[in-house]
Write a protein that binds this ligand. Structure first.
Ligand code: AMP
Length: 358
């Protein structure tokens, strides 16, 4: 299938803010978004088509597939079976293989190792005995993570050689005897960074500049674009992201999270969707990541990822939204709210982009 014409419909699994911002950015391209999700959310406030159903409701999935021209998703925990059922009827982009790789840390790390991309040292672990052996092999500090369903620092604990394997196991996963985990060596990084990269249906690749990310309580607080690094590090990051997206045979926007230790780059994890650290592109790049994602999955040519200046993106979590009147009064502050009614602590309510020339 080639490029979708104006009036075509992108199916979106998930009703969160990433889907909302993709729908808003797809509109000027003449593309509509049809959300499929178990409950309404930020995305359904800006879309007129919505299928409310569970991800394992195969009849609803079939009807949805027949009502859209392509399917994408705004979160990586889409059940593999859901992607397969849809892929049998309609193109799914990024494809089920890329999704399966990115939603399981051990598969993802194995893929990166085979590609020769540097990561923290790691050991796959499925039982307490395997954890005991891995802690021994670690020889120092590490982070034990669930292979699936972790986000914003959830599903992980700091560990060290010498810790009691049974106690560590119980602390992370409770009483279950088997669970896919990954033990990672602790990376003594100075900064966290990321590259958001897009690949079109025609194989064109467009990385945005490397950006620096600051976290608070494991949640992204601020992104600075571009990162303050040498030209060599910036181009190495772009080259890594390009190799990864090509090897995944990926169509759409991919977030590549990195640790920066001196001039060395280590990939932490991949996010198969637009990424919070790419929100700066809405006001600070020629083509924003959400439009880029819509272009890619619709088979349209990618837009330019060039920066328009220097941008600082700050997330608004929980009560931070109380600052909205002040932000609206601030010249040059671009506000993006997600339409969430309840400002629970730590909940991502919106973000603000501040662009300066340069
Ligand atoms: P993740 O859920 O894998 O993105 O991890 C959340 C955060 O934990 C990262 O942004 C890092 O700050 C920290 N972290 C995760 N893995 C490691 C590691 N191997 N070494 C040091 N810090 C880590």
């Amino acid at each position: 299938m080639s490029a979708l014409p104006p009036g075509a419909v992108i199916g979106m699994l998930g009703s969160g803010q990433l889907g909302r911002m993709t729908a808003l950015a797809a509109a000027p391209l003449g593309l509509e978004v049809h959300v499929f999700a178990p409950s309404a959310g930020p995305a359904t406030q800006v879309t007129s088509r919505f299928t409310q159903a569970a991800y394992d409701d195969e009849e609803a999935l079939a009807r949805f597939a027949d009502a859209v021209d392509v399917v994408t998703y705004e979160f990586e925990n889409v059940p593999a079976r859901t992607a397969e059922v849809l892929a049998a009827r309609v193109p799914v982009r990024p494809g089920p293989h890329a999704l399966a790789t990115c939603q399981h840390r051990a598969r993802e790390k194995g893929f990166l190792r085979d590609l020769g991309v540097p990561t923290a040292p790691w050991w796959p672990v499925a039982t307490v005995d395997e954890l005991a052996a891995a802690l021994e092999a670690l020889g120092g500090q590490g982070v034990l993570k669930t292979a699936e369903l972790g986000y914003d620092g959830k599903g992980q604990v700091r560990v060290a050689t010498g810790d009691d394997p049974q106690a560590v196991w119980t602390r992370l996963v409770g009483a279950v005897p088997r669970r896919d985990l990954v033990l990672e060596g602790f990376v003594h990084f100075e900064r966290e960074a990321s590259v958001v990269v897009a690949r079109g249906l025609d194989g064109a690749v467009a990385p945005y500049d490397l950006v620096e990310n600051e976290h608070r309580d494991h949640i992204l607080h601020r992104t600075t674009a571009p990162a303050d690094v040498s030209a060599a590090v910036a181009s190495e990051a772009a080259a890594l992201a390009t190799r990864i997206i090509v090897a995944l045979d990926y169509v759409g926007v991919l977030g590549v999270e990195l640790f920066l230790a001196g001039d060395a780059l280590f990939v932490n994890e991949l996010a198969p969707r637009p990424h919070n650290s790419g929100h700066w592109t809405q006001d600070g790049a020629v083509t924003c990541q959400f439009e880029q994602h819509a272009r890619a999955v619709a088979g349209l040519p990618l837009g330019s990822p060039a920066r328009r200046g220097r941008t600082v993106m700050t997330n608004l979590l929980g009560d931070d939204v109380d600052a909205v009147p002040a932000l609206l009064a601030e010249p040059g502050a671009h506000l993006h709210l997600y339409g969430k009614a309840e400002a629970r602590p730590g909940r991502k309510m919106g973000h603000v982009n501040r662009v300066t020339p340069g």
